[in-house]
Design a protein around this ligand. Structure first.
Ligand SMILES: NC(=O)c1ccc[n+]([C@@H]2O[C@H](COP(=O)([O-])OP(=O)(O)OC[C@H]3O[C@@H](n4cnc5c(N)ncnc54)[C@H](O)[C@@H]3O)[C@@H](O)[C@H]2O)c1
Length: 332
């Protein structure tokens, strides 16, 4: 018996990378899967209906049940249609896994309005749009007296939650937004029996990360693979299973490590019974203990890439910004 027997699941961006692994894993656990993916390039251009179809073929060849959807999560009516595809094909919808993303990585000074909007349209608005149409259905079923465990599993990133990365202003903002949306949706939808959680993968070997310096392109010949793109699938499946009690949680995943995120937790603070002046703040704020963002990023990368010193980090930042056309500052 699978942990997801009888569950109908819609997974966005399920044609490649982490979403594909989730679709295969969920189907193997007994779920009926809507494999959504328009098959676009990393930047969102183009499209290939064969990408979703291939994952459906893999699932059905293995004896599982799946249908393809090639709509974009950024399309309001498309988001509604993918929910309807689940209802028409399998009679209900229990779980939405919001996983789709695109990226337009470049320095803030080079990023156009269109680039910013397009990334947010997939990552943040797409998460809202699909969740919203599913939640409409779930509210309707609940109001009709049907009681069932429903779940949303969103997908954020360390680049947004813990270490927003240079050259990713739109992507990082979208991921931070997804975390906030998760909390709000968990609080709002609990009354309809809907749990809302979030996974935050890190350094999984997909097309998004192949250009990260130090990322190995191939899995090890044998043994543990800390960059395995399949690492998120069991965590997402746990969050999707009807036995899971969690809601409003964010779980970070790197290989076999699963860590609870505790939001943007508060550090030391200043207090005054009244309004501060700028001069007072300038004097006192600098006395508060703060993390140096370079040191924090270097520490975070060290786990995946080995020792990353300040100079190497600066080189990596320069390389990322240079790709987007922003010349490296002469002093760096
Ligand atoms: N790979 C990592 O290490 C990593 C790290 C942090 C977070 N993530 C997150 O994990 C998720 C999956 O990333 P991945 O690395 O597997 O990326 P990927 O590019 O391999 O897969 C993403 C899929 O989303 C699809 N997609 C793009 N636009 C879409 C749209 N409008 N509607 C529906 N589908 C669309 C693409 O066609 C693609 O197949 C993303 O949300 C990403 O932010 C990944």
């Amino acid at each position: 018996m699978g942990s997801l027997d009888g569950r109908v699941v819609l997974i966005t961006g399920a044609g490649r990378g982490i979403g594909r692994e989730e679709a295969l894993f969920f189907a193997a656990e007994g779920a009926k899967v809507v494999v959504n993916d328009p098959g676009v390039a990393i930047d969102g251009s183009g499209g290939d209906a064969g990408v979703a179809a291939k994952v459906v073929e893999e699932i059905t060849a293995g004896g599982g049940q799946a249908v393809a959807s090639t709509d974009s999560v950024a399309d309001w009516d498309g988001a509604r249609r993918m929910v309807e595809t689940a209802l028409d094909s399998f009679g209900d919808l229990h779980v939405v896994v919001n996983n789709a993303t695109i990226e337009r990585n470049m320095g803030l000074t080079d990023l156009s309005e269109q680039d910013f909007d397009d990334v947010l349209a997939v990552k943040l608005k797409g998460t809202f749009a699909v969740t919203r149409w599913a939640a409409r259905h779930w509210r309707e079923r609940f109001q009709a007296g049907v009681r069932a465990d429903r779940a949303v599993v969103n997908t954020s990133s360390g680049s947004g939650l813990l270490n927003p990365l240079p050259a990713q202003v739109s992507y990082a903002a979208g991921n931070a937004g997804v975390a906030a949306l998760t909390t709000v949706a968990a609080l709002e939808l609990g009354r309809y029996g809907v749990r809302v959680n979030c996974v935050s993968p890190s350094m999984a070997r997909t097309r998004l990360t192949v250009t990260v310096p130090g990322m190995s392109q191939e899995p090890p010949a044998a043994g543990y693979d800390p960059l395995d793109p399949a690492a998120s699938a069991p965590v997402a499946a746990y969050l999707a299973s009807s036995a899971c009690p969690l809601t409003g949680q964010m779980l970070s995943i790197r290989g076999g490590t699963v860590a609870v995120n505790r939001g943007w937790s508060l550090g030391d603070h200043l207090h005054k019974d009244g309004l501060w002046s700028v001069a007072e703040l300038a004097e006192q704020v600098k006395e508060l203990p703060m993390d140096d963002p370079y040191d924090k990023l270097a520490q975070a990368l060290t786990g995946a890439l080995g020792t990353v010193g300040r100079a190497r980090l600066q080189e990596m930042i320069n390389a990322l910004l240079d790709q987007g056309g922003e010349p490296a500052p002469a002093s760096a």
